[in-house]
Design a protein around this ligand. Structure first.
Ligand code: DGJ
Length: 774
């Protein structure tokens, strides 16, 4: 809801308000962003002007001798008129690089799509404030897009050249917001391959903190999502602001604070090597940044962003649509497969209850390793007799759906595509382009390349019944052509292709992937409802990745696979159930070699799959919160909550000797209601007990020997079951005690043996006293 009160605008969502003010010289200022205001008062003094300029400051003009632009909370900042924060807008033409925008007009309109960039849907209103340059060189429109029930405000900017001279746009942030420091910590999501989305907090000090990518893609180095949390904020309480960008390319987010503790937040594309030159009357528009305010801590912020992504970002067809449990053959086979091997895996997957079979890399061209074949999207019928159709028919005959892997933006030199179009790759004039994973990037800024990519994907999707497509992208950009718009044009081209494809195949479930999470952002999620979060399938590593991701994204976007017991990336061994405990909080899948499963393993996986199917909507679409994090101790705990049901995942890092007692905690429960709770019983491999196994065997068994290995195929130990009832009040403050953790002195069904990097899932349901869960 947008209202105008004199020289102020009140932009409100269900639970937040942003107040903007046009000051005496026509500058647009942030007066307030916080809890919802039901209105504005004449004397509410939300913003205040400094009565005197500070020493060494430059005043705006002799008529406004007390106005120093460095001291106001501007919604845009240019250079040259006394604002010494970093500018959000940098322009120049042949005559000047000083630009001075003042309020011109406003309009309230139906939200409109942004030309060239994905635009989240479901907005209720859009306020456009037009700022005009004092010497009429240009006009700058600031768009505020209101996502009322999600408590999110989108902002983007558009500049129009009003002068006869060409206007160079060297920087144009989508968003600038002014705040005053409240002991803020900046919580960012940084990382690398196999180690994405590390949540880390930095106390804000005077200076400038920047999160950015210049890899060409949004990157695993720094996600565009970040939060500012006040000193008293924790997971459930306190003021938190969150920001993100609906864009998949280079981005830059900065938080700058001066010694007066004035803060400017900026979010936008990264201006590095980007300069747009506008002829007279031409305009340039940015992607949309989004922001949310929460008074209920980091979980509160996460809940707003979760519902925003589920309701307004992902394609509407997939809103609340339950996702299938997938099997992906990559970690089982790599490139080494044929149709017989795949069909065998399909049959085994089906027997376990898996619903979708995804054939990963290696099915096309001469793609027997990663140095060849990319770009030749015809099925290799020597490898796969009967082609994709044969495999798809087989999967459907078994009662499964069928999916395929592609990496459409890339090419290997050893391919027919490269031989026919060597000029299609991204390259500058005379340097030899750098390879990455032996491949090169197709220049999606070119229309003929966009058409090729569209047709390649179309021909694959038309060649068989294919319900799922994993879209991979395994290297960043390099050797860019000398064009000031290249980093934006690449994505405008990609988005054009994705828009055409998702309109032509609206029911195909696309999975985003870039060597895991190297391009996990709101731009890609606008077309692809879920994302392969990391190439690291180790469950402890995934706990950390999911913890980071849940700051700004819902678990319906997390594609999580249970992989082999010994992680291929970490060589860390954890049980199949420990892996499920983590993977279940998202879209579940499997990626291990099903031929290696013992009868006990098969039973374990079948039980996991049945459990997940019984609670799938809760796991995929429940409201996700953090209960405890490793920042505070040895326990990480999360919950999903939907209606009167909860699932709680409770994990430990390194096992401690003589551990303290543990209790089951939950959030968002009614203190006066009664809840039934029950842990999911797990399979504990006999090898976990080491030499203790001899206390129950009639003859001596070597814990590292063949006999135990054989026994373990058919026999396991079952974990404790913790179940009972609890008042909500107890769950909120202490919770019921859980079985005592293993402490080396004895084992029974009253002992909880999790070991290093283990965990449990607990189901909680509001109930009358008589309800029992199992
Ligand atoms: C990188 C992906 O992240 C993996 O899951 C797998 O699809 C490989 N590419 C295939 O080349």
């Amino acid at each position: 809801m947008v209202s105008k009160f004199g020289n102020r605008f009140l932009i409100s969502t269900d639970r937040s308000s942003l107040v903007l003010r046009i000051d005496g010289i026509g500058k647009l200022l942030t007066d307030y962003y916080g809890r919802k205001l039901t209105g504005l008062l004449d004397d509410d003094h939300l913003g205040i002007d400094y009565p005197f300029p500070q020493g060494t400051s430059v005043v705006y003009s002799p008529d406004y001798w007390n106005h120093n632009l460095s001291l106001v909370k501007s919604e845009i900042a240019t250079m040259g008129k006394g604002d010494y924060f970093s500018p959000s807008v940098i322009l120049s033409d042949d005559r000047t690089q000083v630009f001075d925008f003042v309020y011109d007009s406003y309009r309230i309109q139906e939200p409109e799509p942004i030309d060239g960039f994905p635009t989240p849907h479901g907005a209720s209103q859009e306020l456009v404030i037009v700022m005009a340059e004092r010497q009429t060189h240009a006009r700058l429109s600031l768009h505020y897009v209101v996502y009322e029930s999600e408590d999110v405000i989108g902002r983007y900017a558009e500049i129009i050249n009003d002068s006869d001279l060409p206007l160079a746009v060297k920087k144009l942030s989508s968003l600038q917001l002014g705040l005053t420091n409240d002991g803020y910590r900046i919580i960012g999501l940084t990382g690398s391959w196999a180690n994405e989305l590390n949540r880390n907090a930095t106390k804000l000090v005077p200076g400038k903190f920047v999160l950015s990518s210049n890899t060409g893609f949004s990157s695993n180095r720094a996600n565009p999502c970040f939060a500012l949390a006040s000193s008293h904020a924790d997971f459930t309480h306190g003021d938190v602001y969150g920001f993100n960008l609906v864009f998949s390319g280079n981005h830059e987010e900065s938080v700058e604070m001066d010694t007066n503790q004035n803060i400017r937040v900026q979010v936008g594309y990264n201006p590095l090597l980007t300069e747009i030159v506008l002829a007279k009357s031409k305009s340039f528009v940015t992607p949309m940044a989004v922001m949310a305010y929460a008074e209920d801590g980091l979980n509160g912020l996460a809940h707003r962003f979760q519902s925003f992504v589920n309701d307004c970002v992902i394609p509407p067809y997939f809103k609340n649509r339950e996702r299938p449990i997938a099997y992906n053959n990559w970690e089982a086979t790599g490139f080494d497969f044929n149709d017989g091997k795949i069909k065998k895996l399909m049959k085994k997957a089906k027997d376990l209850g898996i619903e979708l079979f995804v054939l990963d890399d290696g099915w096309f061209g001469n793609r027997d390793n990663d140095s060849q074949g990319l770009g030749d999207w015809q099925c290799n019928e020597k490898k796969i007799k009967g082609g994709l159709k044969g495999l798809s028919d087989y999967a459907h005959g078994l009662g499964m759906t069928f999916g395929i892997w592609m990496e459409p933006e890339m090419v290997n030199k050893n391919s027919k595509l490269y031989q026919s179009h060597p000029d299609w790759i991204v390259k500058d004039v005379d340097h030899q382009p750098c390879p990455g994973r032996n491949q090169y990037v197709l220049d999606l800024s070119r229309t003929e390349v966009q058409d090729f990519v569209y047709q390649s994907v179309k021909s694959v999707l038309d060649s068989a019944k294919i319900e799922f497509l994993k879209w991979d992208c395994n290297r960043p950009l390099s050797d860019y052509p000398r064009s000031g718009s290249f980093f934006l044009d690449y994505f405008k081209g990609l988005y054009r292709v994705l828009d055409r494809l998702t309109k032509a195949y609206p029911t195909v479930l696309f999975e985003n992937c870039a060597s895991g999470g190297n391009r996990y952002d709101l731009g890609m999620l606008s077309y692809f409802p879920q994302s392969w979060m990391s190439d690291d399938t180790d469950s402890f590593q995934r706990e950390l990745i999911q913890y980071g991701g849940m700051l700004g994204y819902p678990q319906s976007t997390f594609s999580n696979h249970v992989a082999a017991k010994t992680s291929m990336q970490m060589l860390r061994k954890t049980s199949l159930d420990a892996k499920f405990d983590v993977a279940a909080f998202g879209v579940l899948g499997y990626e291990l070699d099903l031929n290696d499963l013992s009868p006990i393993d098969q039973a374990t996986l079948s039980a996991q799959i049945s459990y997940y199917k019984a609670h799938r909507a809760l796991f995929q679409f429940g409201i996700l919160s953090v209960i405890e994090s490793y920042e505070d101790g040895n326990v990480f705990s999360v919950q999903v909550h939907r209606g009167d049901e909860w699932m709680i995942g409770r994990y430990g890092a390194i096992q401690l000797a003589n551990p303290k007692l543990s209790y089951l905690k939950a959030l968002d429960v009614d203190p006066n209601a009664i809840y039934a709770y029950a842990s999911r019983q797990e399979s504990i491999p006999l090898s976990k007990f080491g030499s203790h196994i001899n206390s129950v065997t009639p003859i001596h068994v070597n814990p590292d020997g063949m006999a135990l290995a054989w026994l373990m195929k058919n026999k396991d130990m079952k974990s404790e079951i913790d179940q009972g009832h609890a008042y909500g009040a107890s769950l909120l403050s202490q919770g019921p005690a859980l079985s005592v953790e293993w402490n080396g002195t004895g084992y029974s069904d009253k002992i909880r043996l999790e070991g290093d990097f283990g965990g449990r899932i607990y189901h909680l349901i509001q109930s009358s006293k008589s309800t029992h869960l199992s």
